[in-house]
Design a protein around this ligand. Structure first.
Ligand SMILES: *Cc1c(COP(=O)(O)O)cnc(C)c1O
Ligand code: SF4
Length: 351
């Protein structure tokens, strides 16, 4: 199946899910009315049984509508958006949101309130305005294409955007955040690899969360990218009932290294509304990382990070944890920061 026919044949309604798994579609209707559904035939095929780690990531759950006091824009991205398609929070790097669509809508996504909706579907003019902002801001050396998923754009459109960024003298590198190696590996065509290879230095961070996602077609997609000279990294989100287990995380990271994909971040789930059922305590995340030390190459251990509410930026969670309890006291380059433990729900966009 080509990537376009994978998309065309994706599950997007509760009725399709009900037919496939014999479940009651009724409770899912309200969830999907609020947050979009898409599961590619590829990803659907990875589900072994309801409730398993693949299922939990992609099948809507009534818990998404449970009342929580979590904000819709947990990272306060709006206040760091000089123009609609750009998030500029650090001096030297910025996000350019080039696609509002994903090959699958992850139930735990940080941007679940906007992804797959008009709110994240920026027009070509708005993206051009974003590129103009980046071109007019000489401090930016590093541009991260995200969204949504940039690789849902056609090759031609991607080429236009990459060319416009590559032409900015102060942009020294480009990154792409994409989950398609996981959810739509067919998208990684030889043509795409050739196209990306023209825009070096280019880093692609993908988003595997569980060893069962590393099937032959995904392994092949990563090999094609690596053979084209693209540096590959992986951002995992720590998710209850998916990968909140030391053995699972260790196996995931070991297998990624074999695939020439370097584990980069383990994200503590952001606090975004509708994701509280994926929450894992920080202590468990720290224990998972601690269990990996000495058992895998140092560079096979991802950095465990949290993006505290308010958008002050990612904070590493490790030896800098001074105190864990009601609040976490963390040593950062900017001094000691206190984070309210109970609020630290669930980071979650790859991408
Ligand atoms: C995570 C993030 C980046 C990239 O940060 P790195 O730590 O360099 O990977 C850039 N901008 C925003 C807003 C981010 O959240
Ligand atoms: S986590 Fe990434 S792939 Fe999943 S819905 Fe969010 S942006 Fe899309």
């Amino acid at each position: 199946m080509t990537w376009k026919s994978q998309l065309a044949n994706s599950i997007i309604t509760p009725e399709q899910l009900a037919k496939r798994f014999g479940i009651d579609p009724e409770p899912l209707r309200a969830v999907i009315a609020r947050y979009p559904l898409r599961i590619t035939p590829h990803y659907l095929g990875l589900i072994e049984r309801p409730g398993d780690p693949i299922w939990r990531q992609c099948v809507p759950d009534p818990y998404e509508l449970a009342a929580d006091d979590l904000p819709e824009d947990s990272l306060n991205e709006d206040s760091f958006s000089p123009v609609p398609a750009v998030v500029h929070r650090y001096p030297d790097r910025a996000l350019l949101l080039v696609s509002g669509q994903c090959a699958g809508y992850c139930r735990f996504c940080t941007r679940k309130n906007r992804v797959g909706t008009a709110a994240l579907a920026f027009s070509a003019e708005q993206i051009a305005e974003g590129v103009a902002y980046l071109a007019a801001t000489p401090g930016i050396r590093d541009v991260i294409l995200t969204g949504g998923d940039p690789l849902l754009l056609d090759d031609d459109r991607l080429e236009e955007i990459l060319t416009s960024l590559h032409d900015i003298p102060h942009v020294e590198m480009i990154r792409i955040g994409s989950r398609v190696p996981v959810t739509l590996p067919e998208r990684i065509t030889p043509q795409l690899c050739q196209l990306l290879a023209r825009f070096q230095p280019l880093y692609l961070n993908t988003h595997f969360n569980h060893p069962r996602e590393l099937v032959a077609s995904s392994v092949k997609a990563c090999a094609s990218l690596a053979n084209a000279g693209i540096q590959l990294g992986n951002q995992t989100v720590l998710l209850r009932g998916v990968n909140d287990d030391a053995e699972v995380m260790q196996e995931l990271c070991r297998s990624l290294l074999q695939m020439r994909v370097r584990p980069y971040y383990l994200h503590h789930l952001d606090q975004a509304r509708g994701t509280a059922h994926f929450r894992v305590p920080v202590e468990r995340g720290l224990a998972i990382i601690a269990a990996m030390r000495g058992r895998i190459a140092g560079f096979g251990i991802p950095q465990y990070v949290i993006d505290p509410p308010g958008g002050q930026g990612k904070v590493l969670l490790a030896e800098n944890l001074l105190e864990a309890g009601e609040t976490l006291k963390v040593q950062t380059s900017g001094g000691v920061v206190e984070l309210p433990n109970h609020q630290l729900a669930a980071r979650s966009n790859c991408c």
